[in-house]
Design a protein around this ligand. Structure first.
Ligand code: NAD
Length: 490
């Protein structure tokens, strides 16, 4: 069968150059080519921004209720294509079909519905300025927003970005990761089919050069970025040249604290989910697991009972809960960190290598890996690995664990497991992170703002805060009385 070729999606149409291929996208479960991809040219990026600007003017002029109805119709059509999008996502990312059919598209649809409902929630403020004057504010759209996504939740990231942007009256040009280009391309087609005006959501494909050209384009008003911390820094630098607003959703090295009174079964369930869902390729993974020394041995035993039972396999099979990593290159990077852990003296409790089963030899599989007896100074404890590698660290008291958990440049997520309500909230308030989960892990409902502290990010995604971040405030001063000039006629 001939391999399909995808190009750009601009102004509601496919833009392909006959015969050109710049890169391919592979299925990480077996290494097979899924599609040829054309990288957007400078002219195509310019065209996408121009078409977006033109569509945005009409879109912003619509009543908010019309924007709401259009976005709700789009959310429903995407929901009806849940399984199709999930299969694309599983093939491109290696994430189990069990998860993509239940989480990825559903999570994006929920956020689209939430922001659709908020389209009319943009209000200004009026205040008196003396007896004859007053001021009011307007929350106006920004114009064209550039969205740049990571490979771990391709279609969900695109929906999380487009929903607040479009609800507030903006248009978007989106660049998915070059590692996972397929689902966003299909998403753009579905949006147009649902009635979203052509040009309002455009997709350009390609690597960092496309991302940079998009950020530097003078027609872009804001950059909404999801990716790693080093890339986020480069994106901010590029955006600074034209003083663009930015939202930065970056990496993490999140602590999970297991207190001595914790329910061990629950704590080990949470630790397993926090480290091995999506093969550990989740920005909020709780990879630094601090366990009170009094319960460390039984906790590790309970954890191992779960880790050894993880259903690794072909992500297309409904029984699989743990698929390959996104690419061979990424697996090499994670393997390098595992070697660092061994070299620095951490004790390997499980995993640490690729599975021996020859059925998985062509895929980028790696066993779920747990290190214990880790030290705060080790690279596996300090740096984001973005793979299935858990580090267990013992602690003796609350004050000590808070200090150690906060001793990081990153501050994306955190969690605590305890039966004591006061302890739970004290720790949640003391942790330096944008999210704290108490006795659970991973939920991100649409109304909950997601924002990294420290180097993990700037600005918010989700929650009404994200709607405001896609607006700019204009103040209007109205004088009903006389105007007094210091320069009267002579
Ligand atoms: P990455 O930083 O390598 O790439 C992200 C995107 O940036 C890609 O689309 C890439 O093409 C683009 N890019 C790369 N260099 C660029 C440049 N100089 N200018 C403009 N664009 C550029 O990240 P990744 O490997 O795709 O994703 C993994 C990272 O994403 C992890 O660090 C993870 O924690 C983070 N992440 C964060 C969140 C969050 O919400 N905080 C969510 C998902 C992933």
């Amino acid at each position: 069968m001939e391999t399909k070729t995808i190009g750009q999606f601009i102004g509601g149409r496919h833009c392909r150059v006959v015969g050109a291929t710049d890169f391919t996208t592979l299925n990480p479960a077996n290494g097979q080519v899924l599609a040829n991809v054309q990288q957007a040219s400078i002219e195509q990026i310019d065209d996408a921004v121009g078409q977006a600007a033109s569509a945005q003017r009409d879109w912003a002029a619509l009543p908010p209720a019309t924007r709401m109805e259009t976005l709700l119709a789009a959310a429903s059509l995407i929901e009806r294509h849940n399984d199709e999008l999930a299969h694309l996502e599983t093939a491109d990312t290696g994430k189990p079909i069990h998860d993509t059919t239940r989480v990825d598209i559903a999570g994006g649809v929920a956020v689209m519905r939430y922001f659709a409902g908020l389209a009319a929630a943009l209000e200004g403020r009026q205040s008196a300025s003396g007896s004859t004057a007053f001021t009011y504010t307007r929350r106006e759209p920004l114009g064209v927003v550039a969205g740049i996504g990571a490979w771990n939740y391709p279609v969900q990231i695109a929906m999380w970005k487009l929903a607040p942007a479009l609800a507030a009256g903006n248009a978007m040009v989106f660049k998915p990761s070059e590692v996972t280009p397929l689902s966003t391309h299909r998403l753009a087609e579905l949006l147009v089919e649902a009635g979203v005006p052509a040009g309002l959501f455009n997709v350009v494909q390609g690597n960092h050069a496309v991302g940079r050209a998009l950020i530097e384009h003078p027609g872009i008003a804001k950059v909404s970025f999801t990716g790693s911390v080093p890339t986020g820094m480069r994106v901010m630098e590029a955006a600074a040249g034209t003083l663009k607003k930015t939202t930065m959703e970056l990496g993490g090295k999140s602590p999970l604290i297991v207190m001595p009174d914790a329910d061990l079964e629950r704590a080990s369930d949470i630790a397993t989910m926090a480290n091995f869902f999506s093969s550990g390729q989740v920005c909020t993974s709780g990879t630094r697991v601090f366990v009170h020394r009094s319960i460390q041995a039984p906790f590790e035993a309970a954890l191992m009972a779960r880790v050894k039972a993880i259903a690794l396999g072909d992500p297309a099979s409904p029984e699989t809960r743990f698929g390959p990593l996104v690419s061979q290159a990424h697996r090499d990077k994670v393997m390098h960190y595992i070697q660092c852990g061994i070299d620095e003296g951490a004790r390997l409790l499980s995993g640490g290598s690729a599975p021996q089963d020859p059925r998985y030899a062509a895929g980028s599989y790696l066993l779920p890996t747990v290190f214990t007896d880790c030290a705060d100074t080790m690279r596996i404890v300090r740096e984001e690995i973005f793979g299935p590698v858990m580090s267990i660290l013992g602690f003796d008291d609350e004050h000590e664990v808070l200090r150690r958990a906060n001793d990081s440049d990153l501050g994306l997520a955190s969690g605590v497991v305890t039966r004591d309500l006061a302890t739970a909230h004290r720790i949640a308030h003391g942790l330096q992170a944008g999210i704290c989960w108490i006795n659970t892990w991973g939920q991100v409902p649409a109304h909950m703002p997601v924002a990294g502290q420290k180097c993990s990010g700037l600005g918010q995604e989700n929650g009404i805060e994200a709607l405001y971040e896609h607006t700019q405030v204009k103040s209007v001063f109205v004088e009903l009385g006389a105007y007094t000039s210091v320069f009267p006629p002579g």
